[in-house]
Write a protein that binds this ligand. Structure first.
Ligand code: MN
Length: 272
């Protein structure tokens, strides 16, 4: 086990990234209501060279992009995007949530892409809870968003081998996950408490494993929601700047220029 920290997923004081995972944000807030959609969330902004992925835990997230995609994903679902050569998108609570108010809780994480796939055509997949394959055991449930686990394949397309799961485990539950030994693995707890391979982990702790084990054994002393992000390291030099993750400084300059001259498209949002 690499270690664990409080309230800071990624990057943190111990590491900049755990290849291929670049960043994790866990956000939870209460919308006050009586707002218009354009007043909440994040308006149009570009990305290139990686996949920003959002797991929705409470409320919803509406995604609109410069390729004409427009979808709202509710709690239990996932907004999956591979930015590829460039896309402009917005990420906001739905008009209904902005109007009514209520909780919105998400985890967004960034997955790097191997150099040779960074300039692919952008790929977008809105995934509801119902369309996410899951394994339901007596004391725990896991949803498989990408990669394969126990013969079940998650629907999201990735450009390097990985296994991305989210789940819930009830107090007293015990679960064991087999993970390829060459994968880097992160486990993050949204709440509750777990014992992970013998070590006690609190809510908002991040636990990571650098190629050092095939078995992840968890037992819940409190009911908790968790995510497991696991993937083969890409092992390439990264240069990132704001919403762009490339390999060289020249590619970052190109990304800035291409975004400015409209090569990543134009997003005109709908607010109905
Ligand atoms: Mn974004």
């Amino acid at each position: 086990m690499g270690g664990h920290i409080l309230e800071q997923p990624l990057p943190n004081n111990y590491m900049n990234q755990l290849d291929p995972f670049l960043l994790i944000h866990h956000a939870e807030w209460e919308l006050k209501g009586n707002q218009r959609q354009q007043e909440v969330g994040i308006g149009g902004h570009p990305h290139r060279g990686f996949s920003p992925v959002t797991f929705v835990f409470q409320g919803d997230v509406r995604h609109q992009d410069s390729f004409g995609n427009d979808a709202t994903v509710k709690a239990g679902g996932t907004q999956w995007m591979h930015a590829g050569k460039g896309i402009v998108h917005s990420e906001r609570p739905s008009a209904e949530l902005a109007q009514k108010g209520g909780a919105q809780e998400i985890i967004q994480f960034w997955v790097n892409t191997p150099a040779k796939y960074k300039m692919e055509k952008p790929y977008y997949l809105p995934l509801s809870e119902e369309k996410t394959p899951s394994i339901k055991e007596e004391n725990y449930t896991v949803q498989i968003v990408a990669g394969e686990y126990k013969g079940i394949r998650g629907p999201a397309k990735t450009f390097s081998p990985m296994l991305l799961m989210r789940g819930e485990i009830k107090e007293g539950g015990v679960a064991e996950f087999e993970i390829p030994s060459h994968f880097n693995t992160l486990l993050y707890l949204l709440d509750g408490g777990l014992v992970v391979n013998g070590e006690r982990v609190e809510k908002k702790d991040l636990v990571w494993f650098k190629n050092d084990g095939e078995l992840l054994n968890i037992s819940a002393d409190e009911t908790t929601r968790f995510i497991i992000l696991s993937g083969a390291p890409i092992d390439e030099k990264i240069t990132s700047y704001g919403p762009f993750v490339m390999n060289t400084q020249t590619e970052i300059m190109e990304a800035l220029r291409d975004a400015q001259i409209g090569k990543m498209g134009v997003l005109i949002e709908n607010f109905n």
